[in-house]
Design a protein. Structure first.
Length: 96
């Protein structure tokens, strides 16, 4: 799974690998995404991407088995959507 982010300052799309390579700074304008926790942010983004890949792979395996089950979509996505909404809330308020 590849997570894309958008830097509020420059508006450019950035991949997590680019954030890691730039040590938590925007690869386009050099500004930190988070002033106090650049390394922790980069690590958390990588962990999120890795966890997403593990989930994606597991669901692919399950789907390939054609089991007699139905997965409740909200049981997976509801909490993820809440966190993404919290992360993106500053854009709705007009701040950075």
């Amino acid at each position: 799974m590849k997570i894309k982010i958008v830097h509020d300052e420059c508006g450019r799309e950035i991949l997590v690998q680019q954030v890691l390579e730039s040590q938590g700074h925007c690869p386009w304008d050099g500004k930190p995404f988070e002033r106090d926790y650049t390394a922790m942010l980069a690590q958390a983004l990588v962990a999120s991407e890795n966890a997403g890949s593990v989930l994606e792979s597991a669901l692919e395996k399950i789907a390939g088995m054609n089991p007699e089950i139905t997965i409740d979509r909200d049981s997976i996505l509801e909490l993820l959507n809440e966190y993404i909404d919290r992360l993106n809330a500053h854009r709705v308020r007009g701040g950075t």
